[in-house]
Write a protein that binds this ligand. Sequence first.
Ligand SMILES: Nc1ncnc2c1ncn2[C@@H]1O[C@H](COP(=O)(O)OP(=O)(O)OP(=O)(O)O)[C@@H](O)[C@H]1O
Length: 229
Amino acid sequence: MLEVKDLHTAYGQSEALHGISFDGMANETIAIMGRNGMGKTTLFKSLMGVLPIKSGSIQVAGQDVSHDESFRRVAKGIAYVPQGRMIFPTLTVEENIQTGLENAKSRHIPEEIYALFPVLFDMKRRKGGNLSGGQQQQLAIARALVTNPKVLLLDEPTEGIQPSIIKDIAKALNEIRKLRGITIVVSEQVLSFAMDVADRLFVIEGGRLVHETARDKTDVNHIKAYLSV
Ligand SMILES: Nc1ncnc2c1ncn2[C@@H]1O[C@H](COP(=O)(O)OP(=O)(O)OP(=O)(O)O)[C@@H](O)[C@H]1O
């Protein structure tokens, strides 16, 4: 579903990604683990077309998107939940979700979205800015989902969120994968969350993927060593 080959991305003269390659299958969740500054956000922005890539390729369901603008990538099936969620604070919950429906035939929010996130139904007339961090994260996921992605990218979805809500988000992601059979890619520093959602885990260090493991074969202490400073 997602094929990333030898991706290089630079900020000016300074290269931040040095040849990232991985595949994500349908009905699979992948976690990209790494400390701050290791390149997670740069990778996601490169996949989404927020940053141009220097070389390499990105395919979504067999279609090349490597040099497409972001909105074309969305049309071809990638959706992105950015770090810090980036919801619109002055729009209501309902209006925030509808921004994901701008190119859809109908502005109607599918029932399935509220079934996944009942709290958003209860709060649909509230302003996005008045929601808690965890509720905003659920809102950002809902907004991404209404574009019907084949590949859903989430950049550090647990950042700044309390543990009980982290569990809810893990549950929702597992439900989404089951319902839709899509590829989900999350970047994370919280190993317990990654172990709850991911089928495969990668470690990114200095702009390179340096370790890959299937969940059931994961040596937790080995990954922890990468994540500790
Ligand atoms: N706008 C920028 N200009 C120049 N260098 C940048 C810029 N943004 C990030 N970098 C550099 O790219 C590298 C990767 O940063 P990136 O933000 O992708 O890391 P990250 O793993 O997502 O960390 P975090 O969890 O803090 O977001 C770092 O060395 C960082 O200094």
